[in-house]
Ligand binder design. Structure first.
Ligand code: NDP
Ligand code: KPL
Length: 299
Protein backbone atom coordinates (compact mmCIF):
# COMPACT_ATOMS: atom_id res chain seq x y z
CA UNK A 1 0.00 0.00 0.00
CA UNK A 2 1.25 3.51 -0.85
CA UNK A 3 1.59 5.66 2.25
CA UNK A 4 1.32 9.43 1.89
CA UNK A 5 2.21 11.63 4.85
CA UNK A 6 1.06 15.24 4.73
CA UNK A 7 3.51 17.38 6.70
CA UNK A 8 7.23 16.61 6.91
CA UNK A 9 7.76 18.14 10.34
CA UNK A 10 8.88 16.36 13.51
CA UNK A 11 6.16 13.71 13.66
CA UNK A 12 5.73 13.33 9.89
CA UNK A 13 9.43 12.71 9.27
CA UNK A 14 9.84 10.35 12.23
CA UNK A 15 6.83 8.25 11.26
CA UNK A 16 7.90 8.27 7.58
CA UNK A 17 11.35 7.09 8.53
CA UNK A 18 10.05 4.15 10.58
CA UNK A 19 7.49 3.18 7.92
CA UNK A 20 10.15 3.33 5.19
CA UNK A 21 12.01 0.54 7.01
CA UNK A 22 9.43 -1.95 5.76
CA UNK A 23 7.50 -0.15 3.01
CA UNK A 24 9.12 1.08 -0.24
CA UNK A 25 6.24 3.40 -1.09
CA UNK A 26 6.33 6.09 1.57
CA UNK A 27 5.81 9.60 0.27
CA UNK A 28 6.15 12.86 2.19
CA UNK A 29 3.90 15.70 1.04
CA UNK A 30 5.64 18.99 1.77
CA UNK A 31 4.61 22.59 1.14
CA UNK A 32 8.04 24.16 0.49
CA UNK A 33 10.04 23.39 -2.62
CA UNK A 34 13.26 23.98 -0.64
CA UNK A 35 12.32 21.12 1.71
CA UNK A 36 11.44 18.85 -1.22
CA UNK A 37 14.89 19.51 -2.71
CA UNK A 38 16.68 18.85 0.59
CA UNK A 39 14.86 15.56 1.09
CA UNK A 40 15.60 14.46 -2.47
CA UNK A 41 19.25 15.45 -2.20
CA UNK A 42 20.05 13.97 1.24
CA UNK A 43 17.36 11.35 1.77
CA UNK A 44 15.49 11.26 5.08
CA UNK A 45 17.93 10.96 7.98
CA UNK A 46 16.89 9.70 11.42
CA UNK A 47 18.98 10.14 14.54
CA UNK A 48 18.09 7.24 16.79
CA UNK A 49 17.89 7.31 20.58
CA UNK A 50 21.21 5.44 20.77
CA UNK A 51 22.89 8.06 18.57
CA UNK A 52 23.05 5.92 15.41
CA UNK A 53 21.91 7.34 12.08
CA UNK A 54 19.57 5.77 9.56
CA UNK A 55 19.03 7.11 6.07
CA UNK A 56 15.96 6.17 4.05
CA UNK A 57 14.88 7.06 0.57
CA UNK A 58 11.34 8.32 0.69
CA UNK A 59 9.43 9.85 -2.19
CA UNK A 60 8.57 13.52 -2.02
CA UNK A 61 5.68 15.46 -3.54
CA UNK A 62 4.00 18.81 -3.11
CA UNK A 63 0.41 17.67 -3.61
CA UNK A 64 -1.83 14.63 -3.51
CA UNK A 65 -2.70 14.65 -7.22
CA UNK A 66 -3.46 11.29 -8.83
CA UNK A 67 -3.62 9.37 -5.58
CA UNK A 68 -4.43 5.70 -6.27
CA UNK A 69 -7.41 4.19 -4.45
CA UNK A 70 -5.20 1.73 -2.53
CA UNK A 71 -3.35 4.57 -0.79
CA UNK A 72 -3.21 5.37 2.90
CA UNK A 73 -2.99 9.00 4.05
CA UNK A 74 -1.45 10.19 7.32
CA UNK A 75 -1.97 13.80 8.35
CA UNK A 76 0.94 15.10 10.45
CA UNK A 77 0.49 18.87 10.36
CA UNK A 78 -0.24 20.95 13.47
CA UNK A 79 -3.86 21.49 14.52
CA UNK A 80 -3.83 25.12 13.29
CA UNK A 81 -2.69 23.94 9.85
CA UNK A 82 -5.51 21.46 9.33
CA UNK A 83 -7.79 24.07 7.78
CA UNK A 84 -5.53 24.09 4.71
CA UNK A 85 -5.55 20.29 4.54
CA UNK A 86 -9.27 19.51 4.95
CA UNK A 87 -10.20 20.90 1.48
CA UNK A 88 -7.51 18.70 -0.13
CA UNK A 89 -8.76 15.60 1.72
CA UNK A 90 -12.29 16.32 0.46
CA UNK A 91 -11.01 15.84 -3.11
CA UNK A 92 -9.45 12.38 -2.65
CA UNK A 93 -11.25 9.05 -2.98
CA UNK A 94 -13.56 8.18 -0.09
CA UNK A 95 -12.11 4.66 0.15
CA UNK A 96 -8.70 6.03 1.16
CA UNK A 97 -8.21 5.62 4.91
CA UNK A 98 -7.08 8.66 6.89
CA UNK A 99 -5.01 8.77 10.07
CA UNK A 100 -4.76 12.06 11.98
CA UNK A 101 -1.77 12.49 14.31
CA UNK A 102 -2.51 15.75 16.12
CA UNK A 103 -2.34 16.36 19.85
CA UNK A 104 -5.42 17.88 21.41
CA UNK A 105 -9.14 17.29 21.03
CA UNK A 106 -10.59 19.87 18.67
CA UNK A 107 -9.79 18.07 15.41
CA UNK A 108 -11.87 14.99 16.28
CA UNK A 109 -15.24 16.56 15.50
CA UNK A 110 -13.87 18.40 12.46
CA UNK A 111 -12.18 15.40 10.83
CA UNK A 112 -15.19 13.12 11.06
CA UNK A 113 -17.08 15.52 8.79
CA UNK A 114 -14.81 14.38 5.92
CA UNK A 115 -16.27 11.99 3.32
CA UNK A 116 -13.74 9.17 3.83
CA UNK A 117 -15.21 5.88 5.03
CA UNK A 118 -12.31 5.04 7.34
CA UNK A 119 -11.00 7.71 9.68
CA UNK A 120 -8.65 7.07 12.60
CA UNK A 121 -6.79 9.15 15.14
CA UNK A 122 -3.35 8.58 16.51
CA UNK A 123 -1.70 9.67 19.69
CA UNK A 124 2.10 9.86 19.61
CA UNK A 125 3.63 8.92 22.92
CA UNK A 126 7.14 9.46 21.56
CA UNK A 127 9.17 12.62 21.21
CA UNK A 128 10.43 13.90 17.88
CA UNK A 129 12.41 16.99 16.94
CA UNK A 130 13.18 18.24 13.45
CA UNK A 131 16.86 19.17 13.22
CA UNK A 132 16.61 20.46 9.66
CA UNK A 133 14.46 19.84 6.59
CA UNK A 134 15.72 16.28 6.14
CA UNK A 135 16.96 15.21 9.60
CA UNK A 136 14.71 14.03 12.38
CA UNK A 137 15.85 13.31 15.92
CA UNK A 138 14.00 10.62 17.86
CA UNK A 139 13.79 12.21 21.31
CA UNK A 140 11.75 9.89 23.44
CA UNK A 141 10.62 6.31 23.31
CA UNK A 142 6.91 5.58 23.19
CA UNK A 143 4.23 3.83 21.20
CA UNK A 144 1.89 5.19 18.58
CA UNK A 145 -1.66 4.64 19.80
CA UNK A 146 -4.33 4.37 17.10
CA UNK A 147 -8.11 4.48 17.55
CA UNK A 148 -10.33 3.87 14.55
CA UNK A 149 -13.27 6.20 14.88
CA UNK A 150 -15.06 5.05 11.74
CA UNK A 151 -14.53 2.25 9.23
CA UNK A 152 -12.42 -0.88 9.12
CA UNK A 153 -9.23 -1.95 10.87
CA UNK A 154 -7.61 -3.89 8.01
CA UNK A 155 -5.64 -0.99 6.43
CA UNK A 156 -4.03 -0.29 9.80
CA UNK A 157 -2.46 -3.76 9.89
CA UNK A 158 0.35 -2.21 7.88
CA UNK A 159 1.72 -0.75 11.11
CA UNK A 160 2.05 -4.23 12.59
CA UNK A 161 4.77 -4.99 10.03
CA UNK A 162 7.23 -2.90 12.01
CA UNK A 163 9.83 -5.06 13.71
CA UNK A 164 11.61 -2.04 15.13
CA UNK A 165 11.05 -1.94 18.91
CA UNK A 166 11.22 1.87 18.76
CA UNK A 167 8.14 1.99 16.53
CA UNK A 168 5.33 -0.06 17.96
CA UNK A 169 1.62 0.54 17.53
CA UNK A 170 -1.20 -0.26 19.92
CA UNK A 171 -4.91 -0.05 19.13
CA UNK A 172 -7.30 1.79 21.40
CA UNK A 173 -11.10 1.55 21.53
CA UNK A 174 -12.14 5.18 21.91
CA UNK A 175 -10.49 8.02 20.01
CA UNK A 176 -12.10 10.58 22.30
CA UNK A 177 -10.78 8.90 25.41
CA UNK A 178 -7.33 8.38 23.91
CA UNK A 179 -7.04 12.02 22.78
CA UNK A 180 -8.34 13.30 26.10
CA UNK A 181 -5.79 11.26 28.03
CA UNK A 182 -2.98 12.54 25.83
CA UNK A 183 -4.31 16.11 26.21
CA UNK A 184 -4.10 15.69 30.00
CA UNK A 185 -0.46 14.60 29.69
CA UNK A 186 0.20 17.59 27.43
CA UNK A 187 -1.48 19.90 29.97
CA UNK A 188 1.03 18.71 32.57
CA UNK A 189 4.09 19.19 30.39
CA UNK A 190 3.56 21.59 27.49
CA UNK A 191 2.51 24.94 29.03
CA UNK A 192 5.03 24.74 31.89
CA UNK A 193 7.93 23.87 29.59
CA UNK A 194 6.86 26.57 27.12
CA UNK A 195 6.58 29.33 29.75
CA UNK A 196 9.79 28.38 31.55
CA UNK A 197 11.58 27.56 28.27
CA UNK A 198 12.94 24.29 29.62
CA UNK A 199 13.19 20.76 28.24
CA UNK A 200 10.71 18.23 29.59
CA UNK A 201 13.21 16.64 31.99
CA UNK A 202 13.69 19.90 33.92
CA UNK A 203 10.13 19.69 35.26
CA UNK A 204 11.17 16.84 37.54
CA UNK A 205 14.79 17.88 38.11
CA UNK A 206 14.17 21.27 39.69
CA UNK A 207 12.36 21.19 43.08
CA UNK A 208 10.25 24.27 42.23
CA UNK A 209 9.11 23.08 38.80
CA UNK A 210 8.47 19.67 40.37
CA UNK A 211 6.19 21.30 42.98
CA UNK A 212 4.34 23.21 40.24
CA UNK A 213 3.93 20.01 38.25
CA UNK A 214 2.54 18.23 41.34
CA UNK A 215 0.11 21.08 42.11
CA UNK A 216 -1.12 21.07 38.51
CA UNK A 217 -1.48 17.30 38.64
CA UNK A 218 -3.56 17.51 41.86
CA UNK A 219 -5.79 20.18 40.33
CA UNK A 220 -6.49 18.14 37.19
CA UNK A 221 -7.02 14.91 39.09
CA UNK A 222 -9.54 16.54 41.40
CA UNK A 223 -11.48 17.67 38.30
CA UNK A 224 -11.16 14.28 36.57
CA UNK A 225 -10.84 11.80 39.48
CA UNK A 226 -11.76 8.87 37.22
CA UNK A 227 -8.35 9.27 35.51
CA UNK A 228 -6.33 9.02 38.71
CA UNK A 229 -5.80 5.25 38.59
CA UNK A 230 -4.47 5.50 35.07
CA UNK A 231 -2.30 8.50 35.78
CA UNK A 232 -0.59 8.16 39.10
CA UNK A 233 1.81 11.09 39.48
CA UNK A 234 4.66 8.62 38.85
CA UNK A 235 3.39 8.17 35.26
CA UNK A 236 3.68 11.91 34.64
CA UNK A 237 7.19 11.88 36.10
CA UNK A 238 8.00 8.88 33.92
CA UNK A 239 6.93 10.73 30.76
CA UNK A 240 9.12 13.71 31.73
CA UNK A 241 12.01 11.29 32.25
CA UNK A 242 11.43 9.40 29.01
CA UNK A 243 11.24 12.62 26.99
CA UNK A 244 13.77 14.48 29.18
CA UNK A 245 15.74 15.89 26.24
CA UNK A 246 12.69 16.84 24.25
CA UNK A 247 11.68 20.40 23.54
CA UNK A 248 7.91 20.06 23.95
CA UNK A 249 5.97 20.90 20.81
CA UNK A 250 4.53 23.98 22.58
CA UNK A 251 7.97 25.25 23.54
CA UNK A 252 9.11 24.59 19.96
CA UNK A 253 6.26 26.75 18.67
CA UNK A 254 7.03 29.58 21.09
CA UNK A 255 10.74 29.52 20.23
CA UNK A 256 9.91 29.73 16.53
CA UNK A 257 7.22 32.38 16.97
CA UNK A 258 4.55 30.02 15.69
CA UNK A 259 1.00 29.68 16.89
CA UNK A 260 0.81 27.05 19.65
CA UNK A 261 -1.82 24.33 20.04
CA UNK A 262 -2.99 25.85 23.33
CA UNK A 263 -6.69 25.93 22.36
CA UNK A 264 -7.01 22.33 21.19
CA UNK A 265 -5.04 21.02 24.19
CA UNK A 266 -5.41 23.26 27.25
CA UNK A 267 -8.48 25.23 26.11
CA UNK A 268 -10.32 21.99 25.36
CA UNK A 269 -9.48 20.48 28.77
CA UNK A 270 -10.56 23.68 30.57
CA UNK A 271 -13.90 23.54 28.67
CA UNK A 272 -14.38 19.87 29.57
CA UNK A 273 -13.78 20.64 33.25
CA UNK A 274 -16.12 23.64 33.12
CA UNK A 275 -18.89 21.38 31.81
CA UNK A 276 -18.72 19.47 35.09
CA UNK A 277 -18.56 22.68 37.11
CA UNK A 278 -14.81 22.47 37.81
CA UNK A 279 -12.53 25.50 37.73
CA UNK A 280 -8.88 24.90 37.03
CA UNK A 281 -7.16 28.05 38.36
CA UNK A 282 -3.58 26.85 37.84
CA UNK A 283 -4.21 25.57 34.31
CA UNK A 284 -6.20 28.73 33.51
CA UNK A 285 -3.24 30.86 34.57
CA UNK A 286 -0.89 28.84 32.36
CA UNK A 287 -3.41 29.11 29.50
CA UNK A 288 -3.49 32.91 29.70
CA UNK A 289 0.28 33.13 30.09
CA UNK A 290 0.74 31.17 26.85
CA UNK A 291 -1.82 33.38 25.08
CA UNK A 292 -0.03 36.47 26.40
CA UNK A 293 3.32 35.18 25.11
CA UNK A 294 1.71 34.31 21.77
CA UNK A 295 0.32 37.82 21.49
CA UNK A 296 3.78 39.32 21.90
CA UNK A 297 4.40 39.72 25.65
CA UNK A 298 8.09 38.96 26.27
CA UNK A 299 9.03 36.74 29.22
N1 NDP B 1 6.98 16.80 18.08
C1 NDP B 1 6.61 15.91 19.00
O1 NDP B 1 7.45 15.35 19.75
C2 NDP B 1 5.17 15.53 19.12
C3 NDP B 1 4.20 16.18 18.38
N2 NDP B 1 2.88 15.77 18.50
C4 NDP B 1 1.82 16.39 17.72
O2 NDP B 1 1.98 16.08 16.34
C5 NDP B 1 1.42 17.11 15.52
C6 NDP B 1 2.48 17.57 14.52
O3 NDP B 1 3.50 18.19 15.30
P1 NDP B 1 4.99 18.39 14.83
O4 NDP B 1 5.37 17.34 13.87
O5 NDP B 1 5.79 18.57 16.05
O6 NDP B 1 4.85 19.79 14.04
P2 NDP B 1 5.85 20.44 12.98
O7 NDP B 1 5.55 21.90 12.97
O8 NDP B 1 7.23 19.98 13.26
O9 NDP B 1 5.40 19.80 11.60
C7 NDP B 1 4.27 20.18 10.90
C8 NDP B 1 4.66 20.11 9.44
O10 NDP B 1 3.49 20.26 8.65
C9 NDP B 1 3.85 21.00 7.51
N3 NDP B 1 2.64 21.55 6.91
C10 NDP B 1 1.77 22.44 7.40
N4 NDP B 1 0.75 22.66 6.54
C11 NDP B 1 1.00 21.88 5.46
C12 NDP B 1 0.32 21.66 4.26
N5 NDP B 1 -0.82 22.30 3.95
N6 NDP B 1 0.86 20.78 3.36
C13 NDP B 1 2.01 20.13 3.61
N7 NDP B 1 2.70 20.30 4.78
C14 NDP B 1 2.19 21.16 5.68
C15 NDP B 1 4.80 22.06 8.04
O11 NDP B 1 5.53 22.60 6.96
P3 NDP B 1 6.64 23.74 7.13
O12 NDP B 1 7.89 23.01 7.59
O13 NDP B 1 6.77 24.25 5.76
O14 NDP B 1 6.13 24.70 8.14
C16 NDP B 1 5.63 21.23 9.01
O15 NDP B 1 6.71 20.64 8.34
C17 NDP B 1 1.01 18.23 16.49
O16 NDP B 1 -0.35 18.16 16.74
C18 NDP B 1 1.82 17.92 17.75
O17 NDP B 1 1.20 18.40 18.91
C19 NDP B 1 2.55 14.72 19.31
C20 NDP B 1 3.49 14.09 20.07
C21 NDP B 1 4.87 14.43 20.04
C1 KPL C 1 4.89 13.77 24.82
C2 KPL C 1 5.27 15.23 24.62
C3 KPL C 1 5.06 15.99 25.91
C4 KPL C 1 6.70 15.17 24.27
O1 KPL C 1 7.34 16.38 24.37
C5 KPL C 1 4.41 15.84 23.54
O2 KPL C 1 3.41 15.28 23.18
C6 KPL C 1 4.65 17.19 22.97
O3 KPL C 1 5.74 17.72 23.06
O4 KPL C 1 3.67 17.75 22.44
Amino acid sequence: MDIHIIGAGSVGMLVASFLAEFNDNVRLIVRRESQANQLLQHGLVRKNLDGTLLKSNVQVAMDLKGLPKHSFVIIAVKYGELNDVYPILRTIHEDIPLLFLQNGLAHLEEAIQLPQKTIAFGSCQFGAERENDYTIVHRGQGVLKIAIERGVKTPFHLFLQSTNKQFQVTFEKSAENMLFEKALLNCFINPLTAILRVKNGMLIENPHTHTMLKNLYNELMSAFPEKKDQFPFEEVEKLCRKTANNTSSMLGDILQNRQTEIETIVGAVIKKAAKRGENLPILNTLYHLILAIESGVKM
